[in-house]
Design a protein around this ligand. Structure first.
Ligand SMILES: Cc1cc2nc3c(=O)[nH]c(=O)nc-3n(C[C@H](O)[C@H](O)[C@H](O)COP(=O)(O)OP(=O)(O)OC[C@H]3O[C@@H](n4cnc5c(N)ncnc54)[C@H](O)[C@@H]3O)c2cc1C
Length: 384
């Protein structure tokens, strides 16, 4: 650590060295990909708390938010270090990237109250955007927020809310004006899921795990100071947040996929199809990492990525498919017939890889965005 007179200069720890040194002692807190979801969540909370107490998680976040300073590149380095040293990605770091960045930029007072609880492993958050009739066409959402004398009252339903059943707080996008206003009459709220009128119902997926929830809001009161950004300014916040949902999430996933590919090479590297299959997956992953690295650096500089981040999302989707198809092809016996935790992991990862072309914006929609807003091509005729 370097000290200058009256000025404290912190030096970021070497994350890989620290995690390697403490791996054995943290083994019980490691959210392994072959653990059950609920166990992964419990371990993730415990791991975050420990890593924050030891000055590791919090780098990349401002000190007045409970962090240790630095920028998005520090966070990216930690995500890489976690998977490189055999740790699972803690469950809540995706929501931290997405919602934490929105809170920090558009509601700093809320961010100061909210972020420490995640760093210390006390709370999870979730994102309440999608509805049964509003996914790709998010601007058609129907959940409403009506203003009262001291705040807002929310009514409606969200769906596909990741980890909704374990979350304390939810970023809820709701309509605060006429539906014809589309994206101009939406507002983002920070909602306590323990409020009266909230019902959370877990939804079981193909993997057998209840990763998502439906969340119902029946006259749920939200204080006036729990608006993130401006009233009717929710679209601007959502677009800011999507830079992290498509950009930083892609970085987290590439770190996880590198670990999967290393594991595949160790277990099935002698398979006759290994060179071709692993090669194709590695090329897709290298393209994603190269692109994603630039994105993280741009986010760290505070640049606005805009529609270009749809390129990251598209590369992520291709890499997820190729990497997990490679695992399935080279370990087909385990994939089809294995009944141990490792076989469950590779099947679970393969199913999850199919979701990469849907969550955070379907890949077909990303391609439309790239065509129209990055390349300036004419809008296709979408009638009929
Ligand atoms: C693993 C996972 C986690 C998720 N977590 C969350 C969460 O935490 N919070 C949340 O709010 N939501 C979450 N979602 C929901 C996700 O945001 C939506 O699934 C996504 O936006 C697509 O919406 P949809 O499912 O309604 O599909 P639709 O909008 O009905 O689209 C279905 C398909 O139609 C095609 N399509 C639609 N519109 C167009 C178009 N204009 N041009 C070309 N093709 C088109 C696409 O192929 C698309 O895949 C999650 C989804 C998944 C899979």
């Amino acid at each position: 650590m370097t000290m200058t007179e009256g000025f404290h200069v912190k030096t970021r720890p070497d994350f890989v060295a620290w995690l390697t040194e403490h791996a054995a002692e943290l083994a019980d807190l490691n959210p392994r990909p072959d653990d059950e979801l609920e166990t992964r969540v419990d371990k993730s909370l415990a791991l975050l708390g420990r890593l924050h107490a030891d000055g590791i998680i919090g780098w990349g976040w401002a000190e007045d938010l409970g962090g240790f300073g630095g920028d998005a590149t520090d966070r990216a380095a930690l995500y890489d270090a976690l998977t490189a040293t055999g740790f699972g990605m803690p469950e809540q770091v995706g929501a931290l990237e997405v919602l934490g960045s929105a809170l920090t930029t558009f509601a700093p007072e809320l961010a100061r109250r909210a972020l420490p609880a995640v760093f210390e492993g006390r709370e999870l958050w979730c994102q309440g955007f999608s509805e049964p009739e509003a996914g790709s066409d998010l601007a058609s959402l129907r959940t409403t927020a009506k203003q009262t004398s001291d705040g807002w009252v929310i009514d409606g339903q969200k769906v596909w809310t990741s980890l909704g059943h374990r979350s304390r707080w939810c970023g809820v996008l709701a309509r605060t004006g006429a539906p014809e206003g589309r994206h101009r009459t939406l507002t983002l709220f920070w909602v306590d899921l323990e409020s009266p009128g909230v019902t959370v119902r877990p939804l079981q997926t193909t993997t057998g795990e209840a990763e998502f929830s439906e969340v119902f809001f029946d006259a749920v009161s939200v204080p006036a100071d729990h608006v993130i950004g401006e009233v009717d300014g929710g679209w601007k916040v959502a677009m800011h947040l999507l830079q992290y949902e498509r950009g930083m999430w892609a970085w987290q996933r590439q770190a996880i996929m590198h670990a999967s590919l290393d594991d595949l090479i160790a277990k099935a590297g002698s398979h006759p199809a290994a060179a071709e299959t692993v090669g194709a997956a590695y090329v897709a992953l290298a393209a994603l990492r190269a692109r994603s690295r630039q994105t993280v650096e741009r986010l760290a500089r505070g640049e606005r990525l805009g529609p270009e981040v749809s390129i990251d999302k598209t590369l992520l989707s291709s890499a997820e498919h190729l990497v997990n198809d490679a695992v399935r092809a080279l370990r087909l016996n385990d994939f089809l017939f294995g009944d141990d935790a490792d076989a469950n992991r590779i099947r679970g990862e393969w199913y999850y890889s199919r979701a990469a072309s849907v969550y955070g914006g379907a890949v077909e929609v990303q391609k439309n965005i790239i065509a129209e807003h990055v390349l300036g091509l004419p809008r296709e005729d979408r009638r009929g």
